[in-house]
Design a protein around this ligand. Structure first.
Ligand SMILES: [Zn+2]
Length: 167
């Protein structure tokens, strides 16, 4: 009877909360149907390997790392000088001492510079979660409206239950 589990959903449903529960469920179903459709449509329009959000983040990091100096240590490890705390990148482990690489599972500024030096795609170091195919899979299912009550197939043992209002 409450929507406290998700504050953002709670905010969206603030006007619909006064509806009877069946109408509220229909309203939520309609919202989900719309959101799934919009997200599926947005995904089909993406022409990059990653989602818009991830591509924007990588682009911003790339722009901010243009002046960084990179010193290769071996095939996988690189010391990246950024003029501040610097970074020690290990492309094999997908780690950096700045810890953003591990936290985001997206290459940090230091890792992007190392990828550029080695002429390897930074996309190979991004989590599958950021790929548009993953996003498309999340919203692949369709949400259908609730059918009219006359078409419901309610088992006899459920139909015989008398539900009383709360005391
Ligand atoms: Zn880093």
């Amino acid at each position: 009877m409450t929507t406290n589990i998700a504050k953002c959903l709670n905010d969206i449903l603030k006007d619909a909360r006064v509806l009877p529960v069946t109408k509220l469920v229909e309203h939520i179903c309609g919202l989900l149907q719309k959101w799934f459709w919009e997200r599926r449509e947005a995904t089909t329009k993406m022409c990059t390997p990653l989602t818009k959000w991830a591509e924007k983040r990588l682009r911003r990091r790339t722009n901010k790392s243009r002046c960084y100096l990179v010193h290769p240590i071996n095939l996988y490890e690189h010391h990246v000088v950024d003029g501040y705390l610097n970074g020690l990148v290990n492309l094999s482990d997908k780690t950096c001492t700045c810890r953003k690489f591990q936290l985001d599972q997206l290459p940090c500024r230091h890792a992007l510079v190392a990828c550029n030096l080695r002429r390897i795609s930074c996309y190979d170091y991004c989590s599958p979660y950021y790929y548009k195919e993953t996003l498309a899979t999340v919203y692949a299912d369709s949400i259908y409206p609730v059918s009219p009550m006359q078409e419901w197939d309610v088992p006899d043992d459920v139909q015989s239950v008398v539900v009383l209002p709360p005391k």
